[in-house]
Ligand binder design. Structure first.
Ligand code: PEP
Ligand code: MN
Length: 328
């Protein structure tokens, strides 16, 4: 059960809790006090919003918070009128490689740098990423250029070790339902980019975000990266309708990753534009200085020149829609 109350209701809820055997947790979220209770139902005070835990998302929805949430990452507002671009390589391969991409994309509209240090590869024999060293490289380049970074974390130990070097933690598609990891990232309070699980529904994806929110983490951005379907002419199916549906349902900022559903650099731009048209507030795009030599996702990474052109077109579409692209 979830009970949201104003200050006056707090003592009433505490009273109900003391006379019940329900276990509970109290958090503060977007300026409201929220009690999460399990076990016995408690009596909610008048004026409080109370929702039974029936499997439907609550804290991520507009029925609970109607206005758009804006998440700040190193001074970059995600969820405002301006679309935010986060570009960079699939994997950080060396300091030189990351610095070269970072400089190129930052010059052409990327407000955040993306890069993978821990790579969730299908085969254990494929390149696994540089690990903590990769995050150190990203951090150093980020300081050099004054541009924040987003990178995937796959376990709580790495989160502890690297948290001060990362501006935004990415939860990848494969970990979108790793509930203990979600809770720990939730407790860290760090801004989170939460991908949808490739086999999850919108309802399941929003419930994953509830694992972060219910730890009191207000800084959650949803990132759509497509789903597995019977279609095999693309890597994953990218459903613009689902994207708009999520925008309607949730107050959380909405990002999209056009690179992984494309699986082919030739499709990335059109999926990116479709995402902006469908309401995305942020785009995460893979860019490599020499895609054919990339150690992962070689076929889908844009060259720096392709990124420059795509970025310009995103800018033009955003303007046509009465939006902009965020620049420092
Ligand atoms: C990534 O962005 O590096 C990545 C692995 O994406 P996903 O988790 O969506 O597959
Ligand atoms: Mn990739």
């Amino acid at each position: 059960m979830i009970v949201v109350t104003d200050d006056k209701g707090i003592s009433k809820i505490k009273e109900s809790l003391s006379s019940s055997s329900a276990s509970f947790k109290r958090i503060s979220l977007y300026g409201k006090t929220v009690f999460l209770t399990w076990g016995d139902e408690i009596k909610a005070p008048q004026n409080a919003i109370s929702v039974k835990g029936d499997g439907a998302p609550v804290l991520s929805t507009r029925s609970w918070k109607s206005d758009n949430t804006v998440v700040e990452v190193g001074g970059v507002p995600i969820g405002s009128n301006d679309v935010v671009i986060a570009a960079g390589p699939c994997a950080v391969e060396s300091e030189e490689q990351f610095r070269e991409v970072a400089r190129g994309v930052a010059r052409n509209g990327s407000a955040i740098l993306r890069g993978g240090a821990f790579k969730p590869r299908t085969s254990p024999y494929s390149f696994q990423g540089l690990g903590v060293e990769g995050i150190r490289i990203m951090h150093d380049v980020s300081e050099e250029l004054g541009v924040p970074i987003v990178t995937e974390i796959m376990d709580a130990e790495t989160l502890r070790e690297c948290r001060d070097m990362i501006d935004m933690v990415q939860i990848g598609s494969r970990n979108a339902q790793n509930f203990t990891l979600l809770q720990k990232v939730g407790r860290s309070g760090k801004p989170v980019l939460l991908k949808n699980g490739m086999g999850n529904t919108v309802n399941e994806w929003l419930n994953s975000s509830e694992y972060l929110l219910s730890e009191g983490n207000e800084n959650v951005v949803l990132c759509y990266r497509g789903v597995k379907s019977f279609e095999n002419s693309v890597r994953f199916s990218f459903d613009a309708g689902s994207l708009t549906r999520v925008k309607r349902l949730s107050h959380l900022p909405l990002a999209a990753d056009p690179s992984h559903p494309a699986g082919d650099s030739d499709l990335v731009e059109s999926i990116a534009l479709a995402a902006v048209a469908a309401g995305a507030d942020m785009l995460e795009i893979e860019v490599h200085p020499d895609p054919p030599s990339a150690k992962s996702d070689s076929a889908q990474q844009l060259t720096l020149e392709q990124f420059r052109i795509t970025s310009e077109r995103i800018q033009r579409l955003a303007s046509a829609l009465g939006r902009g692209v965020w620049k420092p």
